[in-house]
Design a binder for this molecule. Structure first.
Ligand SMILES: [Zn+2]
Length: 251
């Protein structure tokens, strides 16, 4: 039974992942609801249901449009698979309770923001504005302990990242600032500090690898949103364990 429910979550994740990816691609260009049916970005042909099956259609078509043979972004299958795995993993860790709702909300925010930041180098305001009320409502129903930790987290996140933007002059952007602040509100101050540390660690590791592989210069601007999102998921899944482990080092 447990495996069956995990499979259901995975399959739903594939379908939602397909939607989240399109949201991330279309919200910044304001074209999310202008076309009713899914279409090819190059030839604008409306896609048939066979071409909309997550992951599978990409594999069968070898990553190309059946109309114009233009290659389809690998973001589609990657984000579909990622969302499927994250949905299943979230249910696996939380079971059916309020944490499951928070996990799915986080995924629904993080996947489109990640896609948008990779493709357009920006974290759309409209995504943050759309999701913020849901997170505020969630923290009203299921508050942190103590409840004001959400405000401390948001305030601390805002101050810290704002200072870093001032000092570093362009290392991080205003989109990153708002994104961090929202996570500060969701997780509270202690968990936010862990999140911030992890995001810079992921960013530094990935930046180091990219400089080796692609020979990027130090000045190359890399989008930071994906590492913030990955850090937020790490904190959601393993934050308590990591903080406990850290505190044990000193006791
Ligand atoms: Zn096409």
């Amino acid at each position: 039974m447990q495996y069956f429910i995990l499979l259901i979550f995975f399959l739903y994740g594939l379908v939602f992942g397909s939607f989240f990816n399109v949201v991330g691609l279309r919200v910044p260009t304001q074209s999310l609801f202008t076309q009713k049916r899914s279409y090819c970005d190059t030839c604008e042909r409306t896609l048939t249901w066979r071409e909309l099956v997550p992951v599978w259609s990409f594999a069968v078509q070898k990553g190309r449009c059946r109309g114009c043979s233009e290659s389809i972004s690998p973001l589609y299958p990657v984000m579909e698979l990622t969302t499927g795995l994250l949905f299943a993993f979230t249910y696996y860790l939380t079971g059916f309770n309020s944490e499951l709702v928070l996990g799915l909300l986080l995924i629904a925010l993080i996947i489109p923001v990640t896609v948008s930041d990779i493709v357009y180098r920006r974290i759309p305001n409209r995504l943050l504005l759309f999701f913020s009320p849901f997170f505020i409502l969630y923290r009203l129903i299921s508050p942190l302990d103590p409840f004001w930790n959400s405000l401390a987290g948001a305030g601390g996140a805002f101050l810290l990242v704002f200072l870093i933007i001032l000092i570093s002059k362009g290392g991080m952007g205003i989109g990153d600032l708002k994104y961090y602040t929202l996570f500060g509100f969701v997780f509270g101050l202690g968990h936010f500090l862990l999140l911030f540390f992890l995001s810079t660690l992921y960013g530094a590791l990935a930046g180091g690898i990219m400089m080796k592989v692609k020979k990027l210069g130090r000045k190359t601007k890399i989008p930071f949103g994906p590492y913030i999102g990955l850090a937020a998921l790490t904190v959601f899944y393993f934050g308590d364990i990591l903080i406990q482990w850290y505190l044990n080092l000193f006791s």
